[in-house]
Every structure is written in structure tokens, then in C-alpha cells.
Design a protein around this ligand. Structure first.
Ligand code: ATP
Length: 300
């Protein structure tokens, strides 16, 4: 049984179906990835999980139970559109939010100071939100989402606008929360983040779940159509090997696209006839490749 389970969930806005009969299950201590182009239905799904809007059909269960008002304090939410008040001090805002979620002020204050310290920005405690850069405002909003140690954490595009150091900092924090048993629903347009963090994913396309499951298993279901080759000396004529569709010369080798996996062996033979081969690898498809194949067209 998943800690969070959706079944046949549908949401309509007027005559537009934003989410159409989707279902998935997230285990306790798991980061589940929701993927989809703009307008696919990710945020609507998250808002239903949070009980902010209600499904027209289907069920959502939390540890086997339906939504209840008291469940609210067990949720943490980082919305895509950031919602802190610019004129209000970080401490006033976060302590207020933490109290709303059931923490007493003293404990909230202790935790806020601890998180600011951990994120290397203790001096933000008394600053107004508008005085901080966008990325740093986001760190504060992230703290707002987790300060009460939620059981369910819903993260909508959590890394957007962050520099690489802060992305790593939040990634580390998110994986620690996962390891401590937080159930996390995570959306991102950046496939490498999903690949790194999520074991199970659901690809939404125009309101429907078009592909979902264990990411490793999903990958096994797709053909391997890319070969990386590194050779001692330059190799000629790889383009004309039967089954090769494209060859890109790289700094220290070749990135080769093939029509079917058997062509990889012919590439290896052709290369080995001309040079010592330092590296030969048939690559599994990336999540980005899979997304484009499944949904069609480029993903931003
Ligand atoms: P993005 O990647 O752009 O954030 P998303 O996958 O989160 O997209 P949603 O925000 O869930 O997409 O939107 C799904 C569809 O539902 C869109 O067509 C959107 O216009 C529509 N929609 C969402 N909320 C409402 C609303 N309150 N009223 C009317 N239509 C809505």
C-alpha cells in the first residue's frame, strides 16, 4: 500500500478536462516524479493531492484514508508560483506559517534558525523578503514548506531559478528528507533532476498518464539507440556502417545514433579494424529521449 495513492482521478474546469483518470501510488520515503509539458496537468494533480481543489471523479488516499482537514498540517507545499509577501520579514512570515501548521512559536523559531544556518544564510532572519535575491527567496520558501516536518512534501519546480550550488544544497536536503521517511511528489521540466532523484515516474500528456512506473524498467522497455566510442586514432566511414543514422565527432571520440541495437556490433568491428578502441558503450535512452518519443516534440 502506498503512503499516497491516486485512483481514476479526474478534474474538469468547465468543459476542459485538466486531469483525466490518472492513478499512481507513492511509497513512504519515496520521491515520485510527475513529468509533462506545460499545461499537462501536473499542478492540478498536486493541488488535488493537497486538498486545495477536489477531484470530480476518483479517489486520493493518504495511508489508506481519504483527505481530512487534520491532514493539512502533514502537508508541505512549494508551489510553482512563489507566494511570500515581499514587505514582510522572513522571521515573521515563516513563524506565522509554521504556527498555522501546528508548531509552537518557540520550536518554530528554533527550527527556522537551524535551517537558515544549514543553508548558510542566518542573516536573513530579520530581512524583508524583497531584500533577498530570487534564488534566496526560494530557499526561504523551501524552508516554509518543510519547517513543520511534513509527512507529505509536494514540490513544484523546486529548482527553477537556483544556481548550481543551491540546486545541490536543496537536492541534498530533499534526499535526506526522503531517507527520513517523507513521501515526496516532485515535478520538474529538467529530466536530469527527475532521473537523479526519482525511482518511479508518471508522464502526463494532455491530461492523461501516458507512461508510468519504475524508471529502470521503463528504460529497459525502450531500445538502446546510441553508442559512445573512443578510439586511439581517428576512424573513418562510421556514417556508412549499416544501421548508423548519425555520427557526431566529440572531443575524444564519437557519439553515434543507430537504428537498432545490432548495428552497435558493426560499429565496433569497423572501429577496431582501424584503431585500438579505448571505450565502447551502448547507452540506455535518457529520460529526455523517452519523453520525446512518448509525447513527441521537444520538451522545454
Ligand atoms: P506547467 O508545466 O505549465 O506548470 P501543468 O502541467 O502544471 O503545467 P496545470 O497547471 O495543471 O498544468 O494545467 C492543466 C490544464 O488545466 C491547463 O490547460 C490549464 O489551463 C487548466 N487549468 C488549471 N487550473 C485551472 C483553473 N483554475 N481554471 C481553469 N483552467 C485551469
Amino acid at each position: 500500500m502506498g503512503a499516497l495513492r491516486l485512483e481514476g482521478v479526474t478534474k474538469r474546469f468547465g468543459d476542459h478536462t485538466a486531469v483525466n483518470g490518472i492513478g499512481f501510488s507513492v511509497a513512504k520515503g519515496e520521491i515520485f516524479g510527475l513529468i509533462g509539458a506545460n499545461g499537462a496537468g501536473k499542478t492540478t494533480t498536486m493541488r488535488m493531492v493537497l486538498g486545495l481543489i477536489h477531484p470530480d471523479e476518483g479517489t486520493i488516499e493518504y495511508n489508506g484514508k481519504p483527505y481530512s482537514k487534520e491532514a493539512k498540517s502533514r502537508f508541505g507545499y512549494l508551489p510553482e508560483e512563489r507566494g511570500l509577501y515581499p514587505k514582510v520579514k522572513v522571521c515573521d512570515q515563516l513563524l506565522y506559517l509554521a504556527e498555522l501548521r501546528g508548531l509552537n512559536r518557540k520550536e518554530a523559531d528554533r527550527r527556522l534558525k537551524e535551517w537558515l544556518e544549514r543553508f548558510g544564510v542566518p542573516e536573513y532572519y530579520g530581512k524583508k523578503v524583497e531584500e533577498l535575491s530570487k534564488g534566496n527567496q526560494q530557499k526561504i520558501q523551501f524552508i516554509a514548506a518543510i519547517i513543520h516536518s511534513p509527512e507529505y512534501l509536494i514540490l513544484d519546480e523546486v529548482f527553477s531559478g537556483l544556481d548550481p550550488v543551491n540546486v545541490e544544497l536543496l537536492k541534498e536536503t530533499i534526499t535526506k528528507l526522503r531517507d527520513n521517511g517523507t513521501t515526496i511528489l516532485f515535478s520538474s521540466h529538467r529530466m536530469e533532476h527527475i532521473e537523479e532523484l526519482c525511482q518511479h515516474v508518471c508522464i502526463l500528456h494532455r491530461s492523461n498518464a501516458v507512461l508510468q512506473g519504475n524508471l529502470r524498467e521503463i528504460k529497459r522497455g525502450f531500445p538502446r539507440e546510441r553508442v559512445l566510442l573512443e578510439t586511439e586514432a581517428p576512424v573513418e566511414g562510421l556514417e556508412s556502417v549499416d544501421g548508423v543514422t548519425a555520427v557526431k565527432k566529440m572531443e575524444n571520440g564519437y557519439d553515434i545514433l543507430i537504428r537498432e541495437e545490432t548495428a552497435a556490433q558493426r560499429v565496433l568491428l569497423a572501429a577496431a579494424e582501424q584503431s585500438a578502441v579505448n571505450r565502447f558503450a551502448i547507452m540506455e535512452p535518457s529520460l529526455n529521449d523517452i519523453f520525446i518519443r512518448t509525447v513527441g516534440g521537444a520538451h522545454e
